[in-house]
Design a protein around this ligand. Structure first.
Ligand SMILES: Cc1cc2nc3c(=O)[nH]c(=O)nc-3n(C[C@H](O)[C@H](O)[C@H](O)COP(=O)(O)O)c2cc1C
Length: 205
């Protein structure tokens, strides 16, 4: 969906019978980590839990099912692998994306880069507003800067629209994740609320 259509959908006028509730912004959350105890995934699960009333957040959970990207498998007329079709449908349905990724060996994790490569063929991130949160703490000397530089480069290549105001470094220590898989820390939750607010602002006309 183009920006104009999205903005129309998010700003329907009030009807004569009363105010029509503001449509909710659909935000797809994508973790770049497959690790079960992942701080990035925990932050996004927590984001799901604290999403405000104006946001319909969905956590994408299919990265581990995606096949290795091969242009031969993405040729015109070929049916997409079910996991790829599911990813693309989720991306197309989303008004905006929020990602959280670790840095591996000075770059994006291969599985996450693989996911991004599957978005090229059908332009599913073209002009899609996207923000990231970065969980790296003091122990990461560069603050995962190389991964995020790489992410910025890839997103530029696929013509996504980076919502700069919404991108935030929110350090998450491994012991901050509770038995429920969520982060209880109020400061972190407040930062996530601010991220959603910035994403929502970016979606308004
Ligand atoms: C194979 C591997 C390579 C890593 N390379 C880097 C790196 O280059 N830079 C960095 O800051 N952290 C690096 N790390 C640390 C991870 O980014 C860090 O543990 C992060 O919290 C993992 O995210 P997760 O908790 O969501 O799994 C690496 C970790 C692994 C397992």
């Amino acid at each position: 969906m183009g920006r104009a259509a999205r903005q129309r959908r998010l700003s329907r006028p009030a009807c004569s019978l009363g105010r029509v509730p503001e449509p909710r912004a659909r935000v797809l959350l994508i973790s770049g980590s497959l690790r079960s105890g992942s701080t990035n995934s925990a932050l996004l699960r927590t984001a799901l839990a604290v999403a405000p009333a104006g946001v319909e957040a969905t956590l994408y959970a299919g990265m581990g099912e995606l096949p290795h990207f091969n242009p031969d498998d993405d040729a015109e007329g070929l049916p997409a692998h079910p996991a790829v079709a599911e990813l693309r449908a989720a991306l197309h349905e989303a008004d905006a994306l929020l990602v959280s990724t670790p840095e591996y060996a000075g770059a994006l994790p291969g599985s996450f880069k693989n996911l991004l490569e599957w978005t090229v063929g059908d332009a599913s991130t073209y002009r899609k507003p996207i923000a990231w949160v970065n969980t790296s703490g003091a122990a990461a000397p560069t603050g995962a800067a190389d991964a995020h530089d790489s992410l910025r480069k890839v997103l530029g290549y696929v013509h996504a629209e980076i919502v700069e105001d919404a991108c935030a470094r929110i350090p998450v220590a491994r012991d901050a994740i509770g038995a429920d898989g969520l982060i209880a820390d109020d400061a972190i939750r407040a930062q996530l609320a601010a991220v959603f607010a910035a994403v929502s602002r970016a979606l308004r006309p």
